[in-house]
Each structure stands twice: as structure tokens, then as C-alpha cells.
Design a protein around this ligand. Structure first.
Ligand code: ARG
Length: 459
């Protein structure tokens, strides 16, 4: 039976079920590269601190490179007893370079090692996710620009509210996702500090140069406190929360599009590439892509909630409970990457039906405009709102739309209705009122596109 790295004080063998229960190699092998990167820098740092010779450091670094090559080539063989990626790499290093391998871990613990590996891993993964997010936002902005003129109903309570531009809806998600992008950048900045050199909990007794380690690994500096560094998984919790927020945005986005894609609405049509049919009903065309985006957001929230429960009330500092961070994080990053890619695919290939959108607009959605018309004639808004309500009721009584009322009809409600009242019954005029920044007029939507483009470009 193989000896464990920590086997010195043990005499009895481990229950094989316990061994399997305890091991994380099955999933943490995903961090093989980061684990080796950290070790290479640590091999430099302990030479710099005079703990090993430069020649020994070279041997370790070279050996670690060779282990990395094995992983990359797919030839690394995981052996029973390889508890996690850290022990597996060290075991293999020893097979390759001999006993000098035993010097690598001097002053280091798997506690500062794993915290470092995970930050390195997440930093890379976050960069990939960031790229997907940026391109999803760009697709939105391109669509908004190209289809800036299409009008459709805007909803509150899913009831027809006011006419808006389709492009305004598109920009609303581009804007929300851009906030997500900002939040991602700030959370990356927060966790981009290096725990290595914190030891098991108390720090490093051999005076390794933590500035050097941090710099070599591309961190903005070392973490400030060894207890916090080995205990904290805030960077993971924050990332899971961030992912949850993004997933909730995408879920709402998907829900809107699912509604818009129904035959009853018919505003959009999801491309074949992102639709499926029914095994029974030949006419069916289902937006499974969007439903899965909506559905999979649930598991992201679940991982956040589950992981917070794992972390809650743990005593300082490292506890094995924390090994649970990995599957939560990996599951969420995998899920989020597919959500973002599929969302981009759906958004760049769907088609809109401007005629359907326009025909869903109803004159009753201009009731607010009737009130604004009166406001522009000097009537206080509260009074104007009441008078517009009377116009609505009058049309209802006469079983027509408001544009079916005569000027004379309307003058019985208010003498302020003039000859220009017919200009009210125009959806284009309606949306063009909203010129103030952030509104649905053409100039405002174009302004939004421009400033969001700037935010994306200024990176
Ligand atoms: N596999 C462990 C984890 O992921 C590594 C840290 C182990 N540290 C320890 N003291 N047992 O959390």
C-alpha cells in the first residue's frame, strides 16, 4: 500500500470508502496547471530564501514542467492514493526527480496552496467568461442599431403599457449585462491577491518573499493575513453570487423572448439552430434553448445557497468542508459558459417580425399620451390624467378606439383638445416624446448604444 504524504503519524489503514469520500482528485485535477504554476514559483521562492540551492530549484522546476507536459499530453496516470491534485503532482514529481521533491513543500501547506490554485484557476476562467459576456453584449448592441426603428408594445404586469422601440428592449439587457461586466471586473480585482506564503494558517517561517511570489503569479500583491487567506472562500461565494445575478438576468431575458416567440405574439422567431420539434405534434417549434437558459439558472442559485450553507459557522481556519467549493464552482462556471454562448447564438440568429410587433400596438396604449397632450396645453397632470380617463371611457362606451372619436366628442371632455389632436394617434410620435436620456426615442436609444459601446471599448 502506498504511503500518504501525511502518513507519518498513522499506523492503521484508511477505510477505502473513506478514501474515496475524502478524495478530491476526481474533480480538482482540473486545476493541474495552476497547481504546477504555483509550485514552480514556490520552488523559485524557497531558493531565493536560501532553503534550497539554485540547482535543486532548477531540478524541481524542470520536473514540474515535465509533470505538466504529462497532464497536457493526457498521459498523467492518477494512482490510488492520489488524494487531490496537490498530492498527485508531488507524488509524480518525486517519481521523476527523486528525493529533492521532498523539499518543495517546505513552509508551504495545501491550505495556502489550494487557496492559491483556486484563485489562479478562477482568474483564467473569469477571463473566458468575460469574453463571452462582452460578445453577448456586442450582439445586442449590433441588433439594437440595425433594428432601431421597430416598434412594439412595452409591458408592465405583462399587460400592454406603452409603445417602445424593440431596440430599447434590446438595450435594456445590454445595459444590465454591462453592469454585470463592471461587477465582474471589480470582483476579479478583489480576489487577485496571493495566499501563497500563508502556510497552514500561521504564515511562513522561512521568510519567503511574498511580494515576489505574488508578482510571479500575476497577483497584485500578497494577501494581508494568513488566517484570513487560508480560511476565506469569499472569492468563490462572490463569484457564485455574481453568476447567480447574471443567470437571473439571462433567465428574464429568455422568458421575454419565449413569450415574444409564441404564435400569439409572433414578435420574434428563434432560428432552427436553437429550436427543437415535438416527437408527437408535427407543427411544434419549441425554444428549448431559451427554456434551458431559464431552467439552468436554478442550479446556479442552488450552488450559491448550498455553498453558503457549507461555509457558514466554520471555525477558523481551514476545514475539510471547504473542499466542497470546487464542485460548486466548476458546475457554475460550466453552466454559465454555456448559458452565455447559447444566449449569444440565439440573439445573433433570431429574426424579428416588425409587422407583428406593430400590429400588437393598440390605440389604448396611447392613453398616457392623451394626458401628456393636455399637459402640454397647460392642464395640470393630475387633472389631465382624469380627463384622459374620461376619453378612454367614452371610447369604451361608443365601442370604438380613441382614434374613432371625433374632435367634437373629445371637446366635450376638454376644450383643450384642438385640431392637432389627430397627431396623437401615431405610435412613432408617441415613442419620439421620450427624448430624455435613457428613454425610448430614436436619439435616446442611439445614445444608449453609443455609450454602452464606449464602456465595452474602453477596456
Ligand atoms: N483537497 C483539499 C481541498 O480541496 C486540499 C486542502 C487540504 N488541506 C488539508 N489540510 N487537508 O480543500
Amino acid at each position: 500500500t502506498e504511503t500518504k504524504l501525511w502518513g507519518g503519524r498513522f499506523t492503521g489503514a484508511q477505510d477505502p470508502v473513506m478514501e474515496e469520500f475524502n478524495a478530491s482528485i476526481r474533480f480538482d485535477k482540473r486545476m493541474y496547471k495552476q497547481d504546477i504554476e504555483g509550485s514552480i514559483v514556490y520552488a523559485k521562492a524557497i531558493a531565493k530564501a536560501g532553503l534550497i540551492t539554485d540547482a535543486e530549484s532548477e531540478t524541481l522546476q524542470k520536473g514540474l514542467q515535465d509533470v505538466l507536459e504529462e497532464w497536457k499530453a493526457g498521459s498523467f496516470v492518477i494512482k490510488s492514493g492520489d488524494e487531490d491534485i496537490h498530492t498527485a503532482n508531488e507524488r509524480r514529481l518525486k517519481e521523476m526527480v527523486g528525493d529533492v521533491a521532498g523539499k518543495l513543500h517546505t513552509g508551504r501547506s495545501r491550505n495556502d496552496q489550494v487557496a492559491t490554485d483556486m484563485r489562479l484557476w478562477l482568474r483564467e476562467e473569469a477571463a473566458t467568461i468575460r469574453k463571452y459576456l462582452v460578445s453577448l453584449i456586442s450582439v445586442h448592441l449590433n441588433r439594437a442599431q440595425q433594428e432601431v426603428d421597430a416598434l412594439m408594445p412595452g409591458y408592465t404586469h405583462l399587460q400592454r403599457a406603452q409603445p417602445i422601440r424593440w431596440s430599447h428592449w434590446v438595450c435594456s439587457y445590454a445595459s444590465q449585462l454591462t453592469h454585470d461586466l463592471e461587477a465582474l471586473d471589480s470582483l476579479i480585482h478583489r480576489f487577485n491577491e496571493c495566499p501563497l506564503g500563508s502556510g497552514a494558517l500561521a504564515g511562513n517561517p522561512f521568510g519567503v518573499d511574498r511580494q515576489f511570489i505574488a508578482q510571479e503569479l500575476g497577483f497584485r500583491g500578497p494577501t494581508a493575513n494568513s488566517l484570513e487567506a487560508t480560511r476565506s472562500r469569499d472569492f468563490i461565494t462572490e463569484f457564485l453570487f455574481w453568476s447567480s445575478l447574471v443567470a437571473s438576468h439571462l433567465s428574464g431575458w429568455a422568458e421575454d423572448l419565449i413569450i415574444y416567440s409564441t404564435k400569439e405574439f409572433g414578435f420574434i422567431s428563434v432560428a432552427d439552430a436553437y429550436s427543437t420539434g415535438s416527437s408527437l405534434m408535427p407543427q411544434k417549434r419549441n425554444a428549448d434553448s431559451l427554456e434551458l437558459i431559464r431552467g439552468k439558472s436554478g442550479r446556479v442559485f442552488g450552488q450559491l445557497a448550498g455553498f453558503m450553507m457549507t461555509m457558514k459557522g466554520l471555525p477558523s481556519t481551514y476545514n475539510k468542508d471547504m473542499q466542497e467549493d470546487k464542485e460548486a464552482l466548476f458546475n457554475v462556471t460550466d453552466t454559465l459558459e454555456s448559458l452565455l454562448q447559447i444566449a449569444e447564438g440565439v440573439m445573433s440568429t433570431l429574426t424579428i417580425d416588425e409587422v407583428k410587433m406593430k400590429s400588437a400596438l393598440a390605440i389604448e396604449m396611447l392613453s398616457t399620451d392623451v394626458a401628456y397632450y393636455l399637459v402640454r396645453k397647460g392642464v395640470p397632470f393630475r387633472e389631465a390624467h382624469g380627463l384622459a380617463g374620461e376619453v378612454v371611457r367614452m371610447a369604451e362606451d361608443k365601442k370604438c378606439e380613441m382614434d374613432g372619436l371625433t374632435k367634437e366628442d373629445m371637446r366635450t371632455v376638454s376644450k383643450h383638445f384642438g385640431d392637432d389632436v389627430t397627431s396623437l394617434w401615431d405610435f412613432e410620435n408617441s415613442v419620439e416624446q421620450y427624448q430624455a436620456q435613457g428613454g425610448t426615442s430614436k436619439s435616446s436609444v442611439l445614445g444608449q448604444i453609443e455609450s454602452l459601446r464606449k464602456e465595452l471599448g474602453s477596456e
